[in-house]
Every structure is written in structure tokens, then in C-alpha cells.
Write a protein that binds this ligand. Structure first.
Ligand SMILES: [Zn+2]
Length: 440
């Protein structure tokens, strides 16, 4: 059951709708929807912190989930049946080599790639698929560059709900496609990019035939916002000066903004971190929009181009919410090149932390922000990694073999490449290689 003290509210015209209304945008003005509390709940911050900490030693499935552990902020009744794979509870790593690379005293990486299907999508999907069950949906669907597909396929399988996934043919990494196939989803490859997939699935969802769980669905954002809660808890409720995120469809930036806003309003934190979104230079409609001083009209990019396929999106549906998160926190939106993404990814790897290319926009972006004086060397910075290294190993192998080629056909140099070495199977040959001084 949904919790009756919540409703859906349009972020543009403030129209209100019941949680049971199967909407993705406002039926009056087409604006994005938030799930909000009807009124202040009278929260006691220290009691809540203690309750959430105590749940960490519980064996209840809801307490084991890093999302449902924070269910006081989720729009469901306390005993509602949930669809969970034990998502969340992801590590917050110190990354000293990445910090050096950025010329920072310290840098922490929140690795959302350590979720059950290897990406941040799981924290939102557990809530969206739970809501699908609440509504009695018979079919769930999404458009995807790969990670959402893998995540929805897994959660739909857990819920025993038929599921369809629309992906751009030939543009999704094999690893992500393999996940969706293994979890039993109906995978439909169409001609066209992600934005074409998104348009067609939105049309399909209008007549109620399928329940759409892309991040335009406000219940996805509700789940993803709990990552802000988990991060704040990991930092003993002292938020960092800066939070840096990759920007694709912009649901994640929206969710962090909402999460930190609710924490602040409830007295659980004292301020919000400055939220900066980093886009790939070839797929940067939000950055272009933001650079325009009066933020007048949002222009989609019809032909987004980047090897970071998870953020290869030219018409990000959640941009108004992401704009709210960036402006209210005094953050920003910047771009980084394909070369900068590839190098940053390899540097993150040297910290023993594996991420997919899109995630590395963060460290590439932080390096720029420090060089430009936007971030000071002593400030506290957290970057969010959104997907696991094993999501796209072709890219990694090509980088380390110095054969990676950008979408504009320029060569990406393997500046931090670590090439495999062919050698004869003799002890002497191996000993010579192992003791060789490779510092030159
Ligand atoms: Zn509206």
C-alpha cells in the first residue's frame, strides 16, 4: 500500500495528483512530477539517525536494503510488500591517486556500480517496480542505453512481471544486453538512438498498456534520492563541499538534489553540497543550456556523440529537475572531452576502483574545476561513479591497447595504458620482465 500522506505534484504548475494516478508528467501542463509529503511530518533527526543505524544489524529484508532502510522518506505504508535485490549499501572509497591527479588533498568516490546489477539504476528501480505492483501493472517497460535495461529486467524478474526493453540497435554494450537477456526481458532493438527509443516508449505508455519506469517516473527518483541519505550517513551527516555527477538523462542529478533538499528540510543536515554535473562534450545539451546566461530555451542535441554510451543522450527528460538541483546548491554544469574521460577512467582504475566510461566524467571534471579554481585543493569532494567497470570491457581493452577511437575518428591516446605483454613460457624470460625497471 502507498502511504496516504504523500501525493504527486507538478514542479511547474503545482497541480496535485493522488499516488494511484498512473501519470509520468502533469496532465495539465506536461511538467515533471515530484512525489511529495502532504505536510511536514514532525521528524526528530537524532531519533531517525539512530533508527537507521540500528537497522544495519537487522536481518529484515527492508533493513538490509540501502534504499528501504530509509523508508520514513518513501511513499509506501510500512508493511507494503517490496521488490528488492538488497540494493544500495554501496561503498564510499578514499581515492588518493585520483585525488593527486585532480590536485586535491582528498577525494572520495561513491561507487553506485556496486549495486546488484552493477549500476546506480537499481536504487530507483526497486521503488519503481514496487510501485508497479501497487498499481497492478501487467507490463513494465523502459527505453535504455543499457543500464536501465539490465536493472529493470532483474527487478521485473523478481516481481514476476513481464517486461520489455527498447534499446538503440547496435549501440548498447554486450555486457548490459547480456544481463537483460539473462533476466528474461523482451529486448527490442530499434533503429535510432536512445532519444528515439524514449519517444516511442512514451507514446506506448500513454494508453496505459505498459507501465513506464524510465527516470521520468517520479518513483524512480524517490529510490535514487536515498543515495544522498546513505552518503550523508557515511560522512557522519557532514555533507561535502562539492558533489560531482555524470550527466545523461539527468535523473540522478535530480534525485541527489531532492534527497539533500529533504535532508536539509528535516534538519538531518545543515547545508547542501554544491552539485556539479559533468557531460561528455559531444553529448552536452544541458551544459550548453546552462552556459546560456538567461537559461531561456532548452535545445536538444539530435546527434549526441560519445563513447561513454551510458550518457549518450541528446534529449534528457529530467533537465528541469536537474537545473533546480544545480541552481539551488550553487553548483554548475561543465563538459569534458573523450580523451579526458578515458584518462580519468584509467586513473580511477589505479586506485583499485573499476567504473564504466560515463562515471569517469566526474574525475575528469573535478580535475578541470580544480585547475579553474572553482574547487579549492582543501575542499571536501565526493564524485559519484554510476556503473561498474565490467559494464563495458571493450572500451577498456582498446584504451590499454592504445587503439581507442573517438566518435569523430580521432585517436584517443592511452596515456595511462597498461598493455599486456607477450612472452615465452620460460622462467628466465618471466624473471627478466618482472624485475625490469619500467619507470624509464
Ligand atoms: Zn503542471
Amino acid at each position: 500500500m502507498n502511504n496516504s500522506s504523500y501525493l504527486q505534484r507538478c514542479i511547474a504548475c503545482r497541480a496535485e495528483f493522488d499516488l494511484s494516478a498512473r501519470l509520468y508528467v502533469c496532465s495539465h501542463c506536461g511538467g515533471l512530477l515530484d512525489v511529495d509529503r502532504r505536510e511536514e511530518s514532525g521528524i526528530d533527526p537524532s531519533a531517525l539517525r539512530e533508527l537507521w543505524r540500528a537497522r544495519k544489524s537487522s536481518l529484515d529484508a527492508r533493513d538490509r536494503s540501502g534504499v528501504w532502510r530509509f523508508r520514513e522518506f518513501l511513499p509506501f505504508a510500512d508493511d507494503a510488500p517490496i521488490v528488492s535485490l538488497g540494493e544500495g549499501n554501496t561503498p564510499l572509497y578514499d581515492a588518493p591517486r585520483s585525488a593527486d591527479y585532480c590536485r586535491l588533498a582528498q577525494l572520495k568516490l561513491k561507487h553506485q556500480g556496486c549495486n546488484p546489477t552493477g549500476s546506480f539504476k537499481d536504487t530507483g528501480m526497486t521503488v519503481a517496480v514496487t510501485q508497479a505492483q501497487q498499481l497492478g501493472a501487467r507490463f513494465v517497460a523502459c527505453a535504455s542505453t543499457g543500464n536501465t535495461a539490465a536493472s529493470l529486467a532483474a527487478y521485473a524478474a523478481r516481481a514476476d512481471l513481464p517486461c520489455a526493453i527498447i534499446v538503440p540497435g547496435g549501440q548498447v554494450s554486450h555486457a548490459k544486453l547480456a544481463q537483460a537477456l539473462d533476466y528474461g526481458a523482451k529486448v527490442l532493438e530499434i533503429e535510432g538512438n536512445f532519444d528515439v527509443c524514449m519517444n516511442v516508449i512514451r507514446e506506448l505508455s500513454e494508453d496505459g498498456a505498459v507501465y513506464l519506469v524510465n527516470s521520468i517516473n517520479p518513483f524512480r527518483i524517490e529510490g535514487q534520492k536515498t543515495v544522498a541519505f546513505e552518503l550523508a550517513e557515511q560522512l557522519e551527516w557532514r555533507v561535502p563541499d562539492h558533489l560531482v555527477l555524470p550527466g545523461g538523462n539527468l535523473g540522478n542529478s535530480s534525485a541527489f538534489g531532492k534527497g539533500f533538499r529533504e535532508l536539509l528540510q528535516s534538519g538531518l543536515i545543515e547545508r547542501m553540497p554544491r552539485i556539479t554535473v559533468v557531460q561528455a562534450a559531444g553529448a552536452a545539451p544541458f551544459a550548453h543550456f546552462y552556459a546560456d546566461a538567461d537559461h531561456s530555451s532548452f535545445v536538444n542535441d539530435e546527434h549526441p556523440k560519445t563513447l561513454a554510451s551510458a550518457i549518450k543522450i541528446g534529449a534528457p527528460v529530467s533537465w528541469p529537475k536537474a537545473l533546480r538541483a544545480v541552481t539551488e546548491t550553487g553548483g554548475g554544469v561543465i563538459t569534458v572531452t573523450e580523451q579526458e574521460i578515458a584518462d580519468a577512467k584509467a586513473v580511477i582504475g589505479r586506485d583499485g576502483i573499476g567504473c564504466e566510461p560515463a562515471s569517469a566524467t566526474t574525475v575528469a571534471g573535478i580535475q578541470k574545476l580544480v585547475a579553474d579554481g572553482v574547487i579549492q585543493a582543501h575542499e571536501s569532494v565526493v564524485a559519484v561513479l554510476t556503473g561498474h567497470l565490467l559494464k563495458d570491457t571493450d572500451y577498456v581493452m582498446q584504451y590499454h591497447n592504445n587503439s581507442l577511437v573517438a566518435p569523430d575518428n580521432t585517436h584517443i591516446a592511452g596515456n595511462f595504458a597498461n598493455r599486456p605483454i607477450r612472452t615465452s613460457a620460460s622462467r628466465d624470460a618471466l624473471r627478466k620482465l618482472l624485475t625490469a625497471d619500467d619507470t624509464e
